[in-house]
Design a protein around this ligand. Structure first.
Ligand code: ADQ
Length: 744
């Protein structure tokens, strides 16, 4: 009905145009036919007159009127020629064929001696007159008048008019029909196109280019949606506190019933065969620290490499185990890798290639073809496993870190409707530096399979966009933080990671600070007035442990009064020890620590306590709470969670954080003593200032740091990411509903 009314709008003007055309064209056609036939009759008349001229003039000259009469009668046997007459120059009718209309006479003809045609209406109908002068003996002596029947012209004109009318009506009908069909088809196409737009095709993720006539509408819709999203993101500013219940609420409302799958290399729980049978351990990893609370809140599935010696004994027949062991909140699905795969994908491409590439820590990245092949194959295996674990077509998949740069695009192929959020936990270097990777474009293409791509800082987001700009044919829209590549849109956003801020009950159960100090002093054999600095890291060259030791050495050179009183307790969890670079680095650190201890230590006192061991949560807590200063001197760090953990444990508001300006955390934690770890003198001075800082200044700085980390906690990190994912999904759902309504 709607389309019929729309079509009427086309048809009425069409009908009006056709009526006007008929009204104007019919008299014109009449005139034209009359003119054409008169001209025909003129030519015919002249021919007949010329043929008669000689015998007539001769018969007239001889005065033979019966011959004249016979000539006239014989000529009018032609079916169109009605009559012939001869007029004298004075206008008298001299002689005429028998059918000559009496009412005409010679008056109706042209003036004597002139050649002319005219139309006349007689009692018998319309006639055409033609006058032809006859010359006898050199002078004009009579006029021959030819009378042609003209009624047949009128009949033909009527016929022509009728046929023309039929033609106009037929043309009008066919034009109307064609218009209706075309209108119907294009309306359907248009509606389908608009629906596709609302679904987001050609708009949010232009899979196929929209129809050209829809392009302006698509552009308008796209820019409006974007503006709304931008406004939303900007308006987000300071928001209420985030905690586990709020994250659960988000998962229970905006993402209610949605499936969440995490994929990472490192598993959150490792089963090892120990003296007491199968033991469960938590690895030293910032990633696990951050993602675990999210998984507890949403009870999803975590897909990870099963690396523990007892991992296979802990899983069921589907390689799954419920974790944490005490509550079984979510499922851990383990993937098994061969030694060769681990060597190529993990140690090789990820840790000898991408890790130094992204950290710019002056360790040369190594790129081997075999490592790359292995990296690709393992990414594919994980992508297949995630697709197999998915119970829905559109799960939310959280891809973690640089081990899986290719996985997002691979997964997108398997689950096109999935919302893929990739978080890159390490820094992103500048485009020149990233360009040295032989497979830079492939890595970027893989990452751009994500719906959302997250980094810790805006600086890393910018570096990534510039790298894509150099390496790929992609449309980058910095004002919206998006990249369009191969018809897909990826939001590039910064989500600073953090820790799970300890609850009041948890904090109430902590041993008091003096107790912690006593225990640590006792454990390391330190004196009662000892000044304690702590360092807690994975034993990695990017953490600046070497630079930290140089700073300790320099401080003790400059401040001899601290010798015998100051100690750095450096906890370093062994990591990637299978790599030469790491083993050499760890040896160098041990040698340096020994040298410093030899230089400034004494009987029963060592300025550096290097403990290359993994510590449990309680041991770390004790250490953080016992410290006068915590030293974080990363040469480059995506964020660094140790700095935040230290602050979180200091509810006594004492203790000073010395923090590298090259750690992402330095952007938020501005009340720390910020240092350039490459600058030994500056770092040594900052360390000295930290351990001698008056308690009041410590309190002011620590209180401010605590309120920052409390607010910017890990639930905010996850909540913002999942909130963005929920918005993308909501947008797609609205489009589907609009489509449903227009069907109805
Ligand atoms: P990491 O390089 O692992 O993380 P970091 O953020 O400092 O660095 O996290 C280390 C984690 O391991 C902390 O939770 C710490 O408590 C724990 N840890 C360190 N040494 C330990 C030890 N000896 N025993 C027990 N636990 C220990 C990567 C990036 C970081 C980013 C995180 C999170 O390199 O920049 O902050 O991911 O995104």
């Amino acid at each position: 009905m709607k389309t019929f009314r729309l079509q009427l709008r086309f048809l009425l003007p069409l009908a009006l145009v056709l009526v006007a055309a008929a009204y104007l064209s019919l008299p014109l056609v009449d005139q034209l036919t009359q003119r054409w036939f008169s001209r025909d009759l003129d030519i015919r008349g002249r021919l007949i007159a010329n043929a008669l001229a000689d015998p007539l003039t001769q018969a007239l000259a001889e005065g033979a009127s019966p011959r004249v009469q016979a000539l006239l009668e014989r000529t009018v046997r032609d079916e169109r020629l009605l009559a012939l007459g001869l007029c004298a120059p004075d206008g008298r009718l001299l002689q005429a064929s028998s059918a000559f209309p009496s009412e005409l006479g010679c008056r109706a003809a042209a003036p004597a001696g002139s050649e002319l045609s005219a139309l006349h209406r007689t009692d018998g109908g319309p006639v055409h007159l033609r006058t032809q002068p006859l010359v006898i003996g050199g002078s004009h002596s009579a006029d021959l008048v030819l009378v042609h029947d003209f009624s047949f012209v009128e009949h033909r004109s009527q016929d022509t008019r009728r046929y023309l009318l039929y033609l106009i009506v037929a043309m009008g009908a066919s034009m109307a029909l064609i218009t209706m069909i075309v209108a119907q088809l294009s309306w359907r196409g248009w509606v389908a196109g608009a629906r596709a737009l609302l679904r987001g095709e050609g708009l949010v993720r232009p899979l196929a280019a929209p129809a050209p006539e829809l392009a302006p509408l698509a552009a308008e819709l796209r820019s409006r949606l974007r503006r709304l999203e931008d406004e939303y993101r900007r308006a987000r500013g300071p928001e209420g506190p985030w905690d586990a219940p709020r994250l659960r609420q988000l998962l229970g409302t905006e993402l209610s019933g949605q499936e969440v799958i995490v994929v990472s290399n490192r598993e959150p729980y490792i089963h090892e065969h120990g003296a007491g049978g199968l033991e469960v351990k938590r690895p030293a990893s910032g990633l696990v620290t951050a993602v675990e609370p999210v998984m507890r809140a949403c009870a999803g599935t975590w897909v990870a490499h099963g690396s523990g010696s007892g991992d296979r004994d802990a899983v069921d027949s589907g390689d799954r185990v419920r974790v944490p062991p005490e509550s079984g909140d979510y499922t851990l699905r383990r993937i098994w890798l061969t030694e060769e795969e681990e060597r190529g994908y993990y140690y090789g491409f990820a840790n000898e290639g991408l890790w130094p590439l992204c950290h710019v820590a002056h360790v040369r990245p190594v790129f081997r073809q075999s490592d790359w092949d292995s990296y690709r194959a393992v990414n594919q295996r994980f992508a297949d496993a995630v697709a197999a674990e998915a119970r829905s077509e559109d799960p939310i998949v959280l891809v973690q870190d640089y081990h899986f740069a290719l996985l997002p695009a691979m997964l997108r192929e398997r689950l096109p409707a999935a919302t893929i959020i990739t978080f890159w936990h390490i820094p992103w270097p500048n485009p020149e530096f990233f360009g040295i990777c032989p497979w830079a474009p492939e890595l970027l293409r893989g990452m751009l399979g994500s719906t959302i791509l997250g980094f810790h800082t805006r600086h890393h987001c910018r570096n990534f966009m510039e790298t894509v700009d150099r390496q790929l044919e992609a449309r980058i829209e910095p004002e919206h933080d998006t990249i369009f590549h191969e018809g897909k849109e990826t939001l590039i956003e910064n989500y600073p990671i953090s820790i799970d801020w300890p609850s009041e009950q948890a904090a109430a159960a902590w041993p008091p600070v003096p107790v912690c100090r006593d225990r640590v002093r006792e454990h390391f054999g330190l004196g009662p007035d000892a000044l304690i600095a702590v360092g807690v890291d994975r034993f990695d060259y990017t953490k600046g442990i070497l630079e930290r030791l140089y700073a300790v050495e320099r401080m003790l050179e400059k401040h001899p009064e601290l010798r015998g009183r100051f100690s750095l307790v450096q906890i370093a969890a062994p990591t990637r020890s299978a790599l030469d670079e790491y083993r050499a680095f760890q040896r160098r650190i041990s040698d340096l620590a020994e040298r410093i201890n030899a230089r400034f230590g004494g009987p029963g006192h060592a300025p550096v306590h290097l403990v290359a061991e993994h510590h449990d949560h309680a041991a770390l807590l004790e250490l953080y709470r016992a410290a006068d200063a915590c030293v974080v001197t990363s040469l480059h760090d995506g964020m660094n969670l140790v700095s935040k953990e230290f602050v979180a444990t200091r509810d006594d508001e004492q203790g000073v954080l010395v923090l590298s300006r090259f750690a992402g955390a330095a952007r938020e934690m501005t009340e720390a003593l910020i240092v350039n770890p490459y600058h030994v003198e500056e770092t040594a001075d900052a360390l000295h200032r930290a351990i001698t800082m008056p308690p009041q200044e410590q309190r002011e700085r620590m209180a401010s740091l605590r309120s920052t980390v409390h607010e910017f906690n890990v639930f905010r990190w996850a909540g913002r990411m999942l909130g963005d994912a929920a918005r993308v999904r909501l947008r797609e759902r609205i489009a589907q509903r609009v489509e449903g309504m227009s069907h109805g």
